[in-house]
Write a new protein. Structure first.
Length: 331
């Protein structure tokens, strides 16, 4: 695909280019204020910013509404749900900020997306931790409750979070992205696909059980089906860069794959949230009779350790930027 031809003074470094996007690029040396103001102008990032900024506030609103009716502080049963909800609010906000400030410099672009990947590994496409808390607490198939997989489900997801963040950051900067873009893309995709498949094992099991046994579909099962459908669409759009690859320049401002990717991710999260809430409510008595109450070390303690670990990984890759070849021209 031919790359955009910009005036000489505004030529963007190759790191800013996207397949099939021919125009609408912001100045690669924008100030923070310029970046904020650009969100109110039509560029090829404007819709990317708003398709996650507005949903972030929708999820904050849902969280506040739930907080008015649920006692998150005094009910240990609800602690996994609280962690999940906080991460639901975090990931679209982090993504919106990354898209807003990524045109400040090549170095700033890497740092923005390092943080974005960290938030994603905690919740979104890879679902490495946030969803594992919710699934482990409320969505496990009946015959798996208290089993071996159930006991180690969240610790394994915590490890997956480190793999997801580390591999995705490595694919962006430590790996020669411009020299081997396809392999870099494969590594980044694998960083999220692997934990996604792991964390959705309970859902796959429940859905297959319903198909084979013809059980009545609950509201939760239907919600998980919609969630998985939109998750698959999200992955397809992320990997394919459609439709802009088929018609370069036609979808520069509205309709390119990353915008559709954001919309599908948010819709998938919405259906997942409703399904988790349904399970948490309808299975409450049954689960509380078979599982001990969640403790602080296994919930907030684990979440804090994973958060610190992800911050350390992002910090290490950020520090490595200054030692990378050509870093002086990228800052």
């Amino acid at each position: 695909v031919a790359r955009p031809e910009l005036p000489h003074a505004l030529v963007s470094p190759q790191i800013f280019w996207e397949d099939g996007i021919m125009s609408g690029y912001r100045h690669p040396g924008s100030s923070a204020l310029d970046c904020v103001l650009s969100s109110f102008q039509m560029t090829n990032e404007t819709v990317n910013i708003w398709t996650h900024f507005l949903p972030a506030w929708y999820f904050v609103w849902r969280f506040l509404v739930l907080s008015s009716s649920l006692d998150f502080c005094r009910e240990p049963y609800l602690w996994p749900l609280l962690i999940y909800l906080l991460l639901v609010c975090l990931y679209p906000f982090a993504s919106s900020c990354a898209h807003t400030f990524s045109s400040m410099s090549a170095r700033a672009r890497h740092i923005c997306y390092f943080c974005d990947y960290g938030a994603l590994s905690l919740y979104s496409l890879g679902e490495a931790l946030g969803c594992a808390f919710a699934y482990g607490a409320y969505a496990m198939p009946d015959h798996w409750v208290s089993g071996g997989l159930h006991r180690y489900f969240v610790p394994a997801a915590a490890f997956n979070s480190f793999v997801c963040t580390g591999l995705s950051c490595y694919s962006r900067r430590s790996f020669p992205e411009l020299e081997r873009p396809r392999l870099s893309k494969v590594l980044r995709t694998a960083a999220f696909v692997y934990p996604f498949l792991y964390d959705n094992i309970p859902l796959f099991s429940r859905l297959l059980f319903c198909f084979w046994n013809g059980c009545a579909w609950s509201e939760a099962v239907a919600g998980y089906c919609y969630h998985l459908l939109f998750a698959l669409l999200t992955g397809f759009l992320f990997a394919s860069h459609l439709p802009e690859r088929l018609a370069p320049g036609r979808f520069d401002y509205i309709g390119h794959s990353h915008q559709l990717f954001h919309i599908c991710a948010v819709l998938g999260t919405h259906f997942q949230l409703e399904a988790v809430l349904c399970d948490a409510s309808s299975r409450r008595a049954w689960l509380r009779g078979r599982l001990p109450a969640p403790g602080l070390p296994g919930t907030f303690g684990t979440a804090a350790l994973v958060l610190l670990g992800n911050v350390a990984i992002i910090g290490a890759f950020t520090a490595a930027l200054s030692r990378a070849p050509g870093s002086s021209s990228s800052t």
